[in-house]
Design a protein around this ligand. Structure first.
Ligand code: SF4
Ligand code: MG
Length: 326
């Protein structure tokens, strides 16, 4: 039950010519050792920004506040060199579109051996052997041939397997996967999820899996964090969350059928709009869409409090001050 990573009151705000975009607002949660934690929410809810803040990979003008604890260090306080030691070594990330993360002019082999040569004392020959092992590990045969090929010669599913191989090359303690299967067709998606589950069992890596897909959550998660408009609004062990959702937004997500072939932000048929992140106030960000909305919801942000069974929810319905209970 040890926390590997702990986010404490994380805020990431972007400074744009239109105003301050409050992408992440006071987010706190833990990822435990050996656990798969799914962060779920609609596009723009702050889930990717949370991960990118942790990796210190945000390059547009922003401020980040709060702490991200990893092995006694606050990642937000590390300098570039220290962070580079952690990235790809202790914490790795894979993205939705493997083509844009792979370098088109380098062979697969060069890209898998690169982090090994950078973060370990391996010789070129040892790195080559390790790369072959990794290619096999992610379920690709003909590993020598693949080692010498270029990204464009591989299918989307193969490229994502290679991304996973690169991410796992230095035995990271945490693998962040940001919508890793969204760009793949359904069969390949299932294969990649199977692979990730297998690897997690084998390697005991913790996984932070970012997704908008509740099917993926049901299949992969040990623990779930639900985000809405920059906040964690509910978190619980996966079975508890599906059995007993507390927040009206989570209840809506679980009832809503995903709308096929729609843009991501309209994926769930919950009435109303996600609020403009520039105009977010100190209140419940879901109040415009909530059928239980009370006066206090418009005036004050509900605290994220633990109810039972490790189940936390941020909603005035469950607080004495809310006055009304379901
Ligand atoms: Fe609805 Fe109020 Fe709960 Fe927000 S705090 S989800 S508006 S009941
Ligand atoms: Mg995203």
């Amino acid at each position: 039950e040890n926390a590997l990573i702990e986010f404490r009151n994380l805020k990431t705000h972007f400074h744009t010519s239109n105003g301050t975009v409050k992408a992440v607002n006071d987010v706190s949660f833990k990822i435990r050792e050996g656990e798969t934690l799914c962060v779920v929410g609609e596009s723009g809810c702050g889930k990717s920004v949370t991960a990118m803040t942790m990796m210190r990979l945000i390059d547009s003008p922003h401020t980040s506040d709060g702490q991200i604890w990893f092995e006694g260090k606050d990642l937000l306080k590390l300098n570039k060199g220290q962070m580079q030691q952690i990235r790809g070594n202790d914490i790795s990330i894979i993205f939705q579109e493997p083509m844009s993360s792979l370098n088109p002019v380098l062979t697969i082999g060069e890209q898998i051996t690169e982090p090994l040569l950078m973060h370990t004392l391996m010789s070129k020959k040892e790195a080559h052997a390790r790369a072959i092992e990794l290619i096999n590990l992610v379920g690709i045969s003909r590993s020598e041939e693949i080692f010498h090929s270029y990204p464009h010669e591989l299918s989307g599913g193969m490229r994502q397997r290679i991304m996973i191989a690169i991410a796992l090359s230095c035995n990271p303690k945490l693998l962040i996967a940001d919508e890793p299967t969204t760009a793949l067709d359904v069969t390949i998606q299932a294969q990649i999820l199977d692979l990730m589950r297998d690897l997690k069992d084998k390697l005991k890596t913790s996984i932070m899996l970012i997704t908008h897909d509740l099917g993926v959550v049901a299949e992969m998660a040990d623990y779930v964090v639900v985000m809405y408009a920059g906040n964690v609004i509910e978190e619980a062990p996966v079975i508890e969350l599906f059995k007993n959702p507390q927040h009206p937004y989570t209840q809506g997500l679980l009832k809503a059928k995903p709308v096929i072939n729609q843009k991501m932000d309209r994926l769930y048929s919950i009435p109303g709009q996600v609020p403009n992140p520039i105009e977010l106030g100190e209140n419940c960000h879901f109040h415009d869409r909530c059928s239980h909305c009370m006066q206090i919801c418009k005036d004050q942000a509900p605290p994220l409090n633990e109810k039972e069974n490790g189940h936390k929810v941020a909603c005035w319905l469950y607080e004495k001050e809310g006055g009304q209970r379901i």
